[in-house]
Write a protein that binds this ligand. Sequence first.
Ligand SMILES: NC(=O)c1ccc[n+]([C@@H]2O[C@H](COP(=O)([O-])OP(=O)(O)OC[C@H]3O[C@@H](n4cnc5c(N)ncnc54)[C@H](OP(=O)(O)O)[C@@H]3O)[C@@H](O)[C@H]2O)c1
Length: 320
Amino acid sequence: MVHSQYWTKTREFDGKPKLNDFEIIEEEIDETLNDGEIIGEAICISVDPFIRVYPIPPGVPVLGFQILRVTKSANSKYPVGCKVLANCGWRTTCKVTGDNVWYKLEGDISETVWLGALGMPGMTAHYGLLDICSPKPGETVIVNSCAGAVGNLVGQIAKIKGCRVIGCCGSDEKIEFSKSIGFDEVFNYKTCGSYTDILKKIAPNGIDCFFDNVGGQLSSDIISCMNVGGRIAVCGAITSYNSTEPVMASMVQMNMIAKQLSMKGFSIASYAHKFPDALKDMIQKKIKVREALTTGFENTPSSFINMLDGGIIGKAVVVV
Ligand SMILES: NC(=O)c1ccc[n+]([C@@H]2O[C@H](COP(=O)([O-])OP(=O)(O)OC[C@H]3O[C@@H](n4cnc5c(N)ncnc54)[C@H](OP(=O)(O)O)[C@@H]3O)[C@@H](O)[C@H]2O)c1
């Protein structure tokens, strides 16, 4: 047997997650392996917004990606000593089949980057923007939560595509960061006043592509400023995640009809078969990386809560 710990929920979340919504469970893992299985120790763990809304019942391990160092293997693709990106939750040690492994880490790239730009957020930014929004050089692209794990990558990819890139986020420090990685215009949605007024000022020629991480009135107002034929990738709706009341926003249908907009929601899991292509592309693009690292497995819930609260810039990662 090998000893492990995992984080679970003590109860369903009610509003903003709190530290006492989580507890650590000790467990012993049987070291006997079936064909294809591996055991690994967590090097670093990702904390992501989907955990707030994904139905994870109390008692079971909280979901999440992590980088594992393989310590025992019955899978020739993942021998002992290699590092893999796997979906095994907030655990210190886990046993998984090869099916739960996204990929083996290659090259001289920090493990934490494989949870961000080269992990789930990177794949999300890449396919959500390029596949759904199909930005063309010279077009105007906007992304909200623009200093976050996905948003900052969307902005960088759009700039590389030759677009004019606008972001919005919740602090002046985030504005400064976003501009430092190439955003042309960034506004603080908490302090800017009327969204449509600021959008008309900074996007006088209208918006062609909208990568939506947030939802709510901000998104409805962005949609009202889009050009004919605009494309919207619906990635997230974080404005609703902690809300105990339905989030109210102006209807978007009239703008969608009048401007013949296309809006598509997506789940990055459905692009899994294409990840190797995106990975090569993201490595070649030499994306700038910003991470908010928290040390200690015991601090995983506080890192998660801080990320949801807007307290970090870039990708939130817990280094075990
Ligand atoms: N569809 C998919 O397959 C997929 C995959 C990955 C992620 N996502 C979604 O993509 C979005 C971004 O994920 P991420 O990992 O990059 O998270 P993130 O942007 O790094 O972190 C969350 C950020 O959301 C912002 N936020 C929180 N509450 C908000 C509110 N009420 N209104 C506006 N902004 C708010 C905060 O930044 P501010 O300081 O700017 O407010 C916070 O830092 C999330 O909605 C997530 O669920 C979807």
